[in-house]
Design a protein around this ligand. Structure first.
Ligand code: K1U
Ligand code: ZN
Length: 182
């Protein structure tokens, strides 16, 4: 099932997600919904909090558009090592539509996590995979990629999305107050 993706300034996007306690069918069903939502968006990653599920679950697929899918499920992911070398990548976020900005992060990371079967895994990544892993793990800690850019740019984007949320709320109120036509 495709789930609605939360958009800033939804407060759930700033909360710390809870560890997954059981890797069971319910968790795999949630991961399946997250993959469906991510592929439909489209995106290359999605974290539980982005659909209002406050658990430490991430799905990713960095395969190119026409290449076979390479889904990756990460449960309770933890960064074990970050390279001192940095790399800069222009990031986007499904919770901040149509805003892109360069972010500097560790060029390489080693991440430990459980897979969808509950097996312990370790992955060392560079390139876009390393960037995406750090972006998604940030989501689990209530951190957004705009928290890594200048305050001036962040304030500007927050103002725009707050205004848009207010407009949508007012539109919804006006719709609810309108008398139903028989
Ligand atoms: O977590 C998210 O909001 C998903 C985000 C992941 C991400 C993108 C870029 C750098 C780091 C992390 C996205 O997927 S935004 C959409 C996007 O980048 C994309 C969409 C379609 C094809 C290729 C990329
Ligand atoms: Zn994001």
């Amino acid at each position: 099932m495709i789930r609605p993706i939360l958009i800033i300034p939804d407060p759930r996007l700033k909360k710390v997600a809870k560890p997954v306690v059981a890797v069971d069918e319910a968790m795999r069903a949630l991961a399946a919904d997250m993959f469906e939502t991510m592929y439909e968006a489209p995106g290359i990653g999605l974290a539980g909090p982005q659909i209002g599920e406050m658990v430490r679950l991430v799905v990713m697929d960095i395969a190119k558009k026409d290449a076979p899918r390479r889904p990756l499920t990460l449960i309770n992911p933890e960064i074990m090592w970050s390279s001192p070398e940095k790399s800069v990548y222009e990031e986007g976020c499904l919770s901040i539509p149509e805003f892109y900005e360069e972010v500097e992060r560790a060029a390489m990371v080693t991440v430990r996590f459980l897979d969808a079967q509950g097996a312990e895994c370790e992955l060392t990544a560079d390139g876009i995979l390393a960037t995406c892993l750090q972006h998604e793990i940030d989501h689990l800690n209530g951190v957004l990629f705009i928290d890594h850019i200048s305050k001036l740019k962040r304030d500007r984007v927050m103002r725009k999305f707050r205004k848009e949320a207010k407009r949508k709320a007012e539109e919804g109120e006006a719709e609810a107050a309108r008398p139903a036509i028989a």
